[in-house]
Design a protein around this ligand. Structure first.
Ligand SMILES: [Zn+2]
Length: 309
């Protein structure tokens, strides 16, 4: 059996462009400058760069990279496709260091590529979780170090206050996860996020955290399990699904990424949300997952300055 990475578009630049064009322009090339879809043509000639198109409406040139996370990147498209495949296909992610070694690009380039790919993975779909009365699990986890907070001694007296805080929602029916970096674990912080992402008719599943109690009243039902009383499952009341998500996230952040600054945490969460929401158990294989991520490159430019900030 041939390796998945032996496909021509992973090695040949023209094949790579053809692959990306077929996905981003399923009905033919569209001018990113003026939106023209008819009077556009591929430019010929030996000196023409790969993928160059001309718009006869606005007279401008373009490639499929314009207006996507690929824009202004000098990394060959076939290496981008390898990077998409590798990040999408590994359960806990791939470090920039590993990407740098596999692709033969500099470490800085590998770091930037992986952040752009995370940007492509960021979900634009905002359908409400728990529609038609479905169950939605909500839970929070703590990771790394909150900026400005001191070390372990302070931690002992203040619980998880010194760590960065993550709120995740999992829609049991669709198997999708959505995660958020939050500054505080309290009702005032969490309520607007849950309101925005969960349907009123949903049945909310949480642990006994008091901050969820007023939130739960806004939904059709709110089931709590009391972990402090050693209660983890009571019928359909549990948070095991979202905890399963957290365990993959934490293993990845500890083992592969060795933690990150708070300014980057939302992008790592987008990566873990994406892989979880497009996982094998939902019938999505590695190639299809990379294809789905590729569709997310549109309309998401990320400059090096923005990524570093
Ligand atoms: Zn045009």
């Amino acid at each position: 059996m041939a390796s998945h990475l032996s496909a021509p578009y992973f090695h040949n630049e023209e094949a790579a462009y053809a692959f990306v064009e077929a996905r981003l322009w399923p009905n033919g090339a569209v001018c990113p400058h003026c939106g023209e879809a008819k009077r556009v043509g591929r430019m010929g000639g030996k000196a023409t760069r790969i993928g160059a198109h001309k718009c006869y409406a606005c007279r401008k040139q373009f490639t499929v990279k314009v207006g996507t996370v690929f824009e202004s990147s000098h990394v060959p498209m076939h290496l981008w496709l390898q990077a998409f495949y590798l990040i999408c296909g590994s359960k806990k992610g791939i470090s920039s260091n590993q990407l740098h070694r596999i692709l033969g690009v500099t470490l800085k380039t590998a770091w930037f590529m992986s952040h752009r790919i995370r940007e492509a993975m960021r979900d634009g779909a905002m359908f409400a979780f728990g529609s038609e009365g479905g169950a939605v699990e909500a839970d929070e986890t703590f990771i790394g170090r909150e900026p400005g907070e001191k070390g372990v001694k302070a931690a002992k007296s203040r619980g998880f206050h010194h760590k960065m805080k993550v709120l995740s929602l999992v829609d049991r029916a669709s198997g999708q996860a959505r995660s958020f970096v939050v500054d505080h674990v309290d009702t005032a912080t969490i309520l607007p996020i849950v309101r925005e992402n969960v349907a009123k008719e949903a049945r909310l599943m949480t642990d006994e955290g008091r901050w969820y109690w007023p939130i739960g009243r806004e939904f059709a039902d709110h089931q709590k399990v009391f972990h402090s009383h050693d209660e983890y499952v009571r019928g359909e009341a549990h948070t095991n699904t979202v905890e399963g998500f957290f365990s993959i996230f934490k293993r990845g952040m500890r083992g592969i990424y060795q933690h990150c600054g708070k300014q980057h945490l939302h992008r790592y969460l987008a990566e873990f949300d994406f892989r979880y929401s497009n996982r094998k158990a939902l019938g999505i294989g590695d190639s299809e997952r990379a294809d789905i991520a590729l569709l997310g490159v549109r309309g998401k430019r990320l400059t090096y300055q923005t990524a570093r900030a």
